[in-house]
Design a protein. Sequence first.
Length: 136
Amino acid sequence: MASRLNPYLTFNGDARQAMEFYKEVFGGTLDLNSYGEFGQADAPNADKIMHGMLETTSGFTLMGADDPPGMESEQGSRFSVSLSGDDEAELRGYWQKLSEGGAVSVPLEKQMWGDVFGMCTDRFGVPWMVNISTEG
């Protein structure tokens, strides 16, 4: 899989409705995964979206999720730029450069869904998410 760069939107509890709306607008295939599907079945946010991805026939990719528990984003800052793929060396290189001089909010390490993932804000204030797929 080639690495991809795309917007990642964050919502305050209405990610499912928003991502379904964008599917109506752009068409394509929408995959939604809830927090409950990733081991948090009893949590109050179990039905909220942990990760959603819309891929359109025009080649657009839009990702989104609800705020994770304990992390609320402010209106106007509900976006990140997502880098994802399976080329670990390439993506770790991007991570190193993006996080240098910035702030790491989630260290780049293996997560409960099996991938290596991290979040940082670069020295210019742009939020980034890096996901290295571990699936073949």
